[in-house]
Design a protein around this ligand. Structure first.
Ligand SMILES: C[S@@+](CC[C@H](N)C(=O)[O-])C[C@H]1O[C@@H](n2cnc3c(N)ncnc32)[C@H](O)[C@@H]1O
Length: 247
């Protein structure tokens, strides 16, 4: 690991909202080429199933959907496959959006997807634009979680659904084993496959300060989401949060 890489991951966690966002953006830009491969290895291929379960919570068919923090576009693709009439995939890291663009161009559902660069905390859309919104592995990374939920609530139509997939601090007997896995094995994978230690060490660090699933649900409720709840999967290490904008 270079000193520069170390300092990006550490500074990402120890900075104010604006500089945290910039550091996070730089960090994701640095891992684009191997992002999908490491994701699949790290989750033992379960990420596909989790993404499908996330999209299933949104009743996307026929509607206008947003995948915010789209990364390489996997959830945007799932939304389009689920029958969304139009899907917008947006990320604040332009390098990720370019990678998504290349991937999506090969898909038969590409015609129903638009991609763009934008920040979850200040979305370039009018109020009440989307029928549903999803995000994957974003919650731990945003500079201000409450501002993000408020912004997602603003751009949802009344009755619209939000579903958020992310790692969650595990409870119970698996806690220690999972911590060991994510603190040691995942960064090792990052070195072996992507030559990036710091970005994958950051994953563990970000999880240690991430609120637990009950707290995330409470913050969704505070932002105005009705029926805010969650489902745990991945042996309790992954939470899929859902909520609805009151109609
Ligand atoms: C771990 S990746 C997840 C990508 C994708 N959603 C997936 O499921 O694989 C996190 C993504 O969140 C994006 N991100 C983080 N903070 C963001 C923000 N404030 N606004 C938009 N995108 C953000 C990063 O650029 C990165 O692409």
């Amino acid at each position: 690991m270079t000193t520069g890489q170390k300092s990006i991951a550490n500074a990402a966690l120890n900075s104010d909202d604006d500089s945290k966002s910039e550091r996070i953006r730089q960090m994701f830009a640095s891992i684009v080429p191997r992002y999908d491969t490491i994701n699949t290895l790290m989750t033992l291929g379960l990420d596909r199933r989790w993404r499908r379960a996330t999209v299933a919570m949104t009743e996307a068919a026929g509607g206008v959907a947003l995948d915010i923090a789209t990364g390489t576009g996997e959830l945007a693709l799932e939304l389009a496959r689920a029958g969304a009439r139009l899907t917008v995939g947006m990320d604040f890291c332009p390098e990720m959006v370019v990678a998504a663009h290349h991937k999506l161009a090969k898909s038969p559902v590409a015609g129903n997807i638009r991609l763009g660069v934008g920040d979850a905390m200040a979305l370039p859309f009018p109020d009440q634009t989307f029928d549903c919104i999803v995000n994957g592995f974003m919650l731990r990374n945003v500079g201000d979680l409450d501002a993000t939920f408020a912004e997602l609530h603003r751009v949802l139509k009344p009755g619209g659904r939000l579903a958020c997939l992310d790692l969650t601090p595990p409870r119970g007997p698996l806690r220690r084993a999972f911590s060991l896995y994510i603190a040691s094995a995942v960064p090792l994978l990052g070195i072996l496959v992507g030559r990036k230690y710091a970005a994958y060490r950051y994953l563990y660090q970000s999880l240690t300060i991430h609120p637990d699933a009950d707290q995330v649900a409470a913050r969704m409720r505070a932002a105005g989401f009705a029926e805010a709840g969650y489902r745990l999967t991945g042996f309790g290490t992954v939470a899929i949060h859902r909520g609805r904008k009151a109609g």
